[in-house]
Write a protein that binds this ligand. Sequence first.
Ligand SMILES: C[S@@+](CC[C@H](N)C(=O)[O-])C[C@H]1O[C@@H](n2cnc3c(N)ncnc32)[C@H](O)[C@@H]1O
Length: 521
Amino acid sequence: MKMSMNKYMHPRNPYKHPPNFKQLAIQYAEFRTFVKQDISGKVTLDFKDVNALRSLSRVLLLKDFDLNVEIPPNKLIPTIPLRLNYLLWIEDLLNIQKIRSEEVWGIDIGTGASCVYPLIAAKKFKWNMLGTEIDEESIKCARKNVSQNLLDKYIEVYQITQDTLLIEVLNNTSKTFKFCMCNPPFFSSKQELHPFFKSRRSNRPHPKNAFCASVGEVVVNGGEVEFITKLIKESKELKYKIDIFTTMIGHKSSLNQLKALLREVEVCSFKQTEFCQGRTTRWGLAWTYLDIDLRKIPEIQKNSKTKPKAPLSYIIPNSNNESYRTENINIIIRKILQDLKVEIIEEKINKGNIVYDIKAYSNTWSNQRRKKREKLNQLQHSIPSQINGGNEKSDDCSQIVEHIDSRNSSLKSNEDVEVSDLSSSDKNSDLQDTSEKLSEMDIASNTPKREHEDDDDDEEYYDNKKFKGESSVNNNNYIAQFFISLKKVNVQIIMEIFSIDSNTNRETLHQILQYFKNNIK
Ligand SMILES: C[S@@+](CC[C@H](N)C(=O)[O-])C[C@H]1O[C@@H](n2cnc3c(N)ncnc32)[C@H](O)[C@@H]1O
C-alpha cells in the first residue's frame, strides 16, 4: 500500500510528493523489515501493522529532519505529513506578522512522548518551544528525545501538575509567546474509539490503518469541545501573554460551537482552516486578542493548482423591452456597486461587453434583511416623536410597521433554513470514523473538497471592525476580489460574476450575486 498524499496539503508540505518506500527501505534497515516487494518490484507497507507505522514515522523524521525520535510502544504514533500541515500553518500565522524565527517562542500543549511538534519546529523553523505534558512517562520520553537530538537549547518540556492548560505554565515563566498549539484528545469516551462506534456511517470504508495511540492520550472527559473550551476560557484570562492561540480540531461538528465561544469572549480576530492528508481531515482554529487580522492568512487548500471555477451567471430579467439594453442595465449595476461600497479597480468596455474588476473591504451584501430590519426598527423608534411634530408622518409609520412585519416573517423562515442546514452538516461530520482519525495514516486519495461554508458567517463578526493602520480602503485588507461582466447573448443580457483570487470563496460570490438579483429591478 502506498501512503496517500493529496493536493489539499499545505502548499509547502514536502509530503505532497509521497515518500519513496523503496528508497526508505534501502536506506534504513529498521524500515526494510516492514515492507514487501511484489514480483513487479513494487514496495508496499502494511498500514494495519502498528510497528510498521511507527517505523515509517521514525524514518521520515530521520531522513527529512535529521531527528532521531523514540516513539514508545502504546504511545501515539505521530503522522509526520499531518503534523507538518499544522506547523506550516503556524508559519503562515507568523509570516503575516513578519516575525523572525529566532524571536519565536511557541507552546505545544500536550506534546506527547515523541515531542514531535517541538522537535520539528526547532529543527526545521528554528523556533524555541515549550512542550507541556501531564503524563509522566511521556514527559520522560519527550525530554530524552530533546536531549538525544541536542535541542535542549531550543526546547523545554514542562510537567503540568494542576488542572490547567496554559495558566500554570505561564505563571511559572517570564517568557512571552508568539503562539500556542495543541493536538487535543479528540474523544469523550473509550467507546468512541471502536471502529464500529454507532456514529460510523454505514457506507464508510473500514479503517485501513492500525490503532496507534493509548486511550489516555486521545480520550478526555467532555471530548475535544470541553478541552478546547477550557483553552479558550484560559486564553481570555491570559489574553496578550500569547500572541496567537491555536488548536487542532478532530471533529467538524465541534467547530461551530467553539467559534461561537470565540465570538462570545470577544477575540479580536479568528481563523479556521483544514488540514488534509488522504481521507483524513482535521481543522485548525486560531484566535488572537491582539490587533492582528488573522483573516489575512492564506488559505491552505487554494493553491495554484486549483482550477478556476466557472463564473456564476444570471440572466437579467427583461421586464421592459424598451430599456432592456446593456447600457441601461450597466447604470443599475453601477448604482448597486455604489450601494455595496466596493472599490471599482477598473471598468473595461469591449465590443459592447462591460467588465468590472472589483475589491470589497467589508461584507456589505449579506444579511440585508437583518440590517434593513434593524434600520427600520431604529426608524420606528424615532417616528413617534416625529408624529407628534406633524400628522403627515403617520401614514409612513404604518407602512413601515407593515414592512417590518412582512420582513420579519420571511426572515424567520430563512433563519429556520440556516439552522437546519447547520444541524445537518453537524450530523454529517459526526459520522466520521474514529479509528481512522486516530490512525491518521490513510491510503485513499481524493478527499472530496468542501468549500469553506463557514467563512462567510465569520465575516459578520468583523462588521465595522478596523485593525491597526487600516483605513476604510486599504489595498491589502480586502475581503473579496472579483469580476462582474455584462454581456448580450442573442436577446438576453447576462451578468457573470467570477474570481481568480484564492482568498475569495465561492459562497461569497453566491451571496453577492444574490444581492444583485434582489436589487436589479
Ligand atoms: C492527542 S495527544 C497529542 C500528542 C502530540 N502532541 C502529538 O501530536 O502527537 C494529547 C496529549 O495531551 C496530553 N494532555 C492531556 N491533558 C493535558 C494537559 N492538561 N496539559 C498538558 N498535556 C495534556 C496527553 O497526555 C497527550 O499526550
